[in-house]
Design a binder for this molecule. Structure first.
Ligand SMILES: [Zn+2]
Length: 104
């Protein structure tokens, strides 16, 4: 799947802020990170605007979604093409991050 195909699938809408943006303002994000074995298949990719992607910075996706409830809500509503097993694993990681927070 090319970048353009991915953006078209997601309606040029960032899964983290929900804004529709031109392709130049968009980037590709991996749900399961490549460094942890995530692949480049369509069920592991989402459209993210460059602003959200750079705000996410070096945080894991789970940490980012734990930190930002709005991004979490948008992701839940918009990342419908992400494989269910990735969505489930991510939800568990986010829950873990939130639990850890309460115990610190
Ligand atoms: Zn965004």
């Amino acid at each position: 799947m090319t970048r353009e195909e991915l953006f078209a699938r997601d309606g040029w809408r960032c899964v983290y802020c929900g804004a529709v943006q031109p392709a130049e303002a968009l980037s590709v994000d991996h749900v399961h990170p490549r460094v942890k074995g995530g692949d480049h298949s369509s069920g592991n990719l989402v459209t993210a605007c460059i602003a959200c992607n750079s705000r996410k910075g070096g945080r894991s996706l789970a940490r980012f979604l734990a930190d930002e409830p709005d991004a979490r809500a948008h992701f839940e509503a918009l990342a419908v093409h992400v494989w269910p097993r990735h969505r489930k694993a991510l939800r568990e990681l986010v829950a873990g991050e939130l639990r850890r927070e309460r115990h610190v």
